[in-house]
Write a protein that binds this ligand. Sequence first.
Ligand code: GDP
Ligand code: MG
Length: 341
Amino acid sequence: MRGEAEEGATTIMTDLDTLARELLAGSTRALARGLTWVESGGERAEALVARLYPRTGRAHVVGLTGAPGSGKSTLARALARGARARGRTVGVLAVDPSSPFSGGAILGDRIRMNDLALDPGVFIRSMATRGALGGLCRAAADGVDLLDAAGRDLILVETVGVGQDEVDVMRLAHTVVVVSVPGLGDDVQALKAGLLEIADLHVVNKADREGADRTLGELRSMLTLLPPAESPAGPDGAPAVEPWVPPVLPASAAREEGIEALMDALDGHMAYLKTSGELDRRWRRMVGARVLKIAQELVARRLAHPAAADADVDRVARRELSPHACARLLLTRLGERTSHV
Ligand SMILES: Nc1nc2c(ncn2[C@@H]2O[C@H](COP(=O)(O)OP(=O)(O)O)[C@@H](O)[C@H]2O)c(=O)[nH]1
Ligand SMILES: [Mg+2]
């Protein structure tokens, strides 16, 4: 938690060059400060990402998604420990789209993850962007860039698997892990949220509980109903590689069971992405989606100044202009304005 002393100390670091340099050198304080910048967005966040973006591309970005309470945070912590045991550094971004009123939950996450706080090789941060249209995705992607540039080998992005925004956050990951728990309800929920389609890996967490085997079986048979993945051609005309079949793995994050197998599967997926050439294609899709999100956020924020449209809307009210023509007019004007929003 930030106190006055730290605030005071960090103000001398607000200079972009210093911040970027310290972040690249691995300073966790600079990382924390930078994440606060990208959380609030705006000009300095853009400038920081612009500075760091060329230094990204090393990390394996893994998305963890699933219903609230399925154990994503616990799993992130277990994976962080496992990765540390393999000599890797870790960054965890818990992305929370909720309103200002749910600050308690965010704080709770921070406290639960505290036992790893003494290891500088694990950096954990909850991120909230309050009500900003598309801002969640933008901030999450920027946060991943910062962690990547700071040299974190494994980046875990945790988000509740409800709503389009969160599915979009998962599209920023190389590997998407969908977390379910024993019991049918959650599988149906995953299906509803379109999560089955984006899963590269399934974890049935809380396998210490009754019914885990049944859930594993149900999930596996549900997956056979999905259309088969296209067999990707190898890079440079190499023979086609077998399509990836998402593994369904049991785990008990709380007891740290099944974590090694899960880490092997994560490595296996990255190896698949590389050998199949899918990594480049996926990366292209990832940045494409990201650019679009940023553009959407910019447009949404500019349109959020209703005064700019007042005169035109008056004309619509008088039926001098159609609503469609007015909307197009607004967009044209947006393109003409160069001001930073
Ligand atoms: N029995 C059992 N409980 C777990 C396991 N993993 C997490 N939990 C518990 O489930 C609750 C929700 O966990 P949390 O990680 O906060 O879930 P999240 O909302 O998905 O991040 C907590 O009380 C955890 O202690 C597990 O493997 N087995
Ligand atoms: Mg959580």
